[in-house]
Design a binder for this molecule. Sequence first.
Ligand code: NAD
Ligand code: UGA
Length: 464
Amino acid sequence: MSSIKNICCIGAGYVGGPTMAVIALKYPEINIDIVDLNKERIDLWNSKDLSKLPIYEPGLDEVVKIARGRNLFFSTNVDDAIRKSEMIFIAVNTPTKNYGEGKGMAADLKYVELCARRIASVAVSDKIVVEKSTLPVKTAETIQTILDNTGNGVNFDVLSNPEFLAEGTAIDDLLNPDRVLIGGRKNKRGEIAVNKLAEIYSRWIPIDKIITTNIWSSELSKLVANAFLAQRVSSINSISELCEKTDANINEISKAIGTDSRIGLKFLNPSVGFGGSCFQKDILNLVYISKSLGLNEVADYWEQVIIMNNYQRTRFVRKIVKTLFGTVSSKKITILGWSFKKNTNDSRESAAIYIADKLIDEGAEIYVYDPRVSYEQMIEDLNYVSSRTKLENKKFLKFCSDPYEACNNSHGIAIVTEWDEFKNYNWKKIFEKSIKPASIFDGRNILNKEKLNKIGFNYYGTGK
Ligand code: NAD
Ligand code: UGA
């Protein structure tokens, strides 16, 4: 039985919410308060109608239904939650800095620092403080310094416990993780703190999957894991262009190389480029850290992963424009899928944003359908890129709640996210209402080329 009776998690986002919900599910004896400054988000977490939870994640509603109000609570009362807990997770956002030194590269740690300062000022008993956010290596030192110098004389033990869940499969990833990583100080207090956290996870995770390391290895491993995963996507995407020039087929290549157990089959799906809030941010951060340490070759090596990713998005747009006779000006182009991958409503850094933006630059009129992302979010995403005014974005990007309506009278249909439902559409019906010659640009290779060709579509896959 854990000696921890109360946990506080600061940050009720894509990580804080699901992670704490699963701990609460597995450990009813521990009281968990998830707190956030964003009242609107907290209200949604507390909504009676579980379809209104602020994030869409398969299976999450079931877990929240069981634990919420029992030992899982969502509130904006940060101070109370800090005060009563023995263990505090920091799961706030760590976006790429958009100002000052390190702009566009370094992680912005202002939210993390605010948390540390809040904990220090409020805590009147010893606390274990767990870094759940993804952080640059050595951040634990900063957090420890703030806590020790601004606190009320109580003891703080900082741990690193990075999260490896992927969106869309978060609940399964949390219930059956490949591993849990805990980094702590190599002294008596550090070891006790590591054991307390490991004890919680061991309720449902086999002990041999709980890896403990020194705190810096843990922080750095998280950045490296994301960099390696993203690197695989960029590697396969680079080969996809080579395939298009040589009549080789990227899916056959993925299988041929992935069956080598040293390479493995996962993360070899060609695409319009990776998206999501983390891959780019974490690689940029790795590049920044390397450059700051004078490791220019290391920095250049990893930066290439991002360069390739940007190129893959641009290449997709060029293919559309070239195929549609060199211009998409005043032509209706349909985008199916706006989220950065299937089974999530998250569109942060989604390739769809950049593809739509470039197509609008070319004069196209974009009609988008996505099963989970709202029009407001799409417009917000486009505004963030700052290419034109909000009014212009609204003029050129239209939303359709019905995919068939989105495809009506379209010159070209771009599949940008791999939502399963796209496979089952009545493509014959869509063809009949398309402008001819009708073209499909399958950025995810999820549709059947032969079937679509038979219907009459010109089909353009990725890497085949
Ligand atoms: P998010 O933006 O969805 O959630 C962060 C939340 O923290 C927001 O709701 C924000 O209001 C809140 N917050 C910020 N400052 C606060 C403060 N001082 N006090 C209280 N609340 C505050 O972010 P996320 O996607 O959950 O990511 C959080 C961290 O986890 C990031 O470092 C990210 O890199 C990492 N991570 C994310 C994922 C993922 O799949 N999204 C996976 C692994 C790791
Ligand atoms: C990723 C990692 O997989 C998680 O382990 C990590 O915890 C998380 O980042 C994080 O730190 O935020 P996530 O971004 O949610 O998870 O989703 P992924 O499944 O990794 O996909 C990322 C992007 O790569 C998506 O746009 C996806 O479509 C793309 N991708 C993925 C490909 O284009 N091809 C592939 O073969 C795999």
